[in-house]
Design a protein around this ligand. Structure first.
Ligand code: NAD
Length: 244
């Protein structure tokens, strides 16, 4: 039997990349998965006996409330949605900053607020928040807004963990290094010289390769499952050695 047999798992940004790989891994491990994304088109092909898909914008508070009400109680919540702003402090506008806080951080506040009461009523749950090694523990150039929001995720994670530990809730963060995903591919292409830009991303990974969404999904499965019952409030780094 799977490691998530009988569990209900909610995954945001499940249309592509790490979110999609995780929705598939959760389903493979026996969970009933509620997979959502801003872009409904990206959810194509995910629907099936163990995955129900829906369009959901994690910045839309009313939509999140309605989604959670329709979903009912969940055992696992994976807050995967996030965007990358490329640039240093002097490259960032107020709007860039606000947008990133909204999508990368406030979204997690809103999703947890919507699903936590159901978890508490059930006597437990596992919340997994997407951070990044650029938040902690590494310093990554030209990721000012991104790193600021991904570090905020860690404070959010610890606070939820300590406040609800007695209610059986665990809350952990995942901090990946560079992972091959559609948006990473876009960031590489945006730099002009494709081969050179890709080589630069690979060069900062001591293992000499990028991570795969499936490798990150395995960590999410572990954190969602009862096998990780003794860990809460921590950042689980999975970065190919980037932060060494
Ligand atoms: P991606 O960036 O390729 O895809 C992101 C998905 O998020 C898309 O399907 C998009 O439609 C969805 N999305 C965007 N805004 C949304 C919103 N408002 N509401 C709901 N969904 C929305 O996927 P990825 O690169 O695997 O990134 C997933 C998460 O992992 C992000 O939080 C990212 O910051 C984090 N992360 C990625 C890497 C990496 O190298 N790829 C490294 C560390 C952390």
């Amino acid at each position: 039997t799977g490691r998530l047999e009988g569990k209900v798992a909610v995954v945001t940004a499940a249309g592509q990349g790490i979110g999609r790989a995780t929705a598939l891994a959760f389903a493979r491990e026996g969970a009933h998965v509620l997979a959502s994304d801003l872009d409904a088109g990206k959810l194509a092909g995910l629907d099936g006996p163990s995955i129900a898909t829906a369009q959901l914008d994690v910045t839309d508070a009313a939509a999140i409330t309605a989604y959670a009400q329709a979903a009912g109680p969940a055992d696992i919540l994976f807050n995967c949605a996030g965007i990358v702003h490329a640039g240093s402090l002097l490259d960032a506008s107020d709007n860039d900053f606000d947008r990133a806080v909204d999508i990368n951080v406030r979204s997690q506040f809103r999703m947890i607020r919507a699903f936590l009461p159901g978890m508490i009523a059930r006597g437990g749950g596992s919340i997994i928040n997407m951070s990044s090694v650029s938040g902690v523990p590494a310093g990554v150039p030209n990721r000012f807004v991104y790193a600021t929001t991904k570090a905020a995720v860690i404070g959010l994670t610890r606070s939820v963990a300590i406040d609800y530990v007695k209610a059986g809730i665990r809350c952990n963060a995942i901090a990946p290094g560079t992972v091959q995903s559609p948006s990473l591919e876009e960031r590489i292409r945006a730099q002009g010289d494709y081969e050179q830009a890709r080589a630069a991303f690979v060069a900062r990974q001591p293992m000499g390769r990028l991570g795969t969404p499936e490798e990150i999904a395995e960590l999410a499965v572990y954190l969602g499952s009862d096998l990780s019952a003794y860990t809460t409030g921590h950042v689980h780094v999975i970065d190919g050695g980037l932060s060494l």
